[in-house]
Design a protein around this ligand. Sequence first.
Ligand SMILES: [Zn+2]
Ligand SMILES: [Zn+2]
Length: 285
Amino acid sequence: MRFWGVRGSIAVPGAQTQRYGGNTSCVELQVAGQGTLVIDAGTGIRALGREIFSRPERDVTVLFTHFHLDHVFGFPFFAALFAPSFRVNVVAPTFRPEATRDRLGRYLNGVLHPLRVHELSASIDYGSCRPGRSFERGGYRVTPVQLNHPGGSCGYVIEGGGKKVAHLTDTSPLSRPGEGLAGGGRPTGRELEVINAMRGADYVAMDTMFSDEEEYLEKMTWGHGYPQYAAALCREAEVRCLGLFHHAPDATDDDLDRLGDRWSAGLDGMRVVVAREGEDVDLSG
Ligand SMILES: [Zn+2]
Ligand SMILES: [Zn+2]
């Protein structure tokens, strides 16, 4: 697994974000001998597009969590879309495959971007998915799960090569303040759906844009989470490693170092790390 972008909301290049990276959401999964699977096309996907040409395989699957700009902005800068030799599967949480194409077409419409969605030259298959209905793509088994975000967001549990990872962004806690795991109690039904889908995962990247519950309560309508909640949810699901993800644009490298220090002991045997752009996570061990 490689993180090509770990930032939330807007890309933030600069001296303060050099070490953890300023590009927005883009994560790549690769199992030897299988195609590449990418989650979200934030600005980080541009660098992946440059690298992908040096690889032999020409099959790519791109899963979208939702269509907020920080997760789609990089899409028309993903070079594979302009190479007729590439076959790109695009899947998003919509009701019909054409809706996935239409949603992207609102951005690639000749106004917000010079190209229109039908002008991409790769062979592109558009697909739709629904929470709770697993499907296979490019050799991976994918289970979409419903998250808690304005306008909706879809998390993904992905199995391949004998490993299991989950990507849960963008999302508020799945229970209301004071209830379920957010209230320090037993998980609610909605939490259990996600917990059961990702149980025993090797790695879970989860939205922790806010620093703590207090900040979350101030900005509840934004649809993001905080580390204590992510850790409680992942611990309950017996996850091996939690990667804190979707960092706030204002979080500096030093802030994220401090965050990592605070969680360096993990939680009841579960590792907790701060996701960093450019980082390769080797899950083969
Ligand atoms: Zn986002
Ligand atoms: Zn969002």
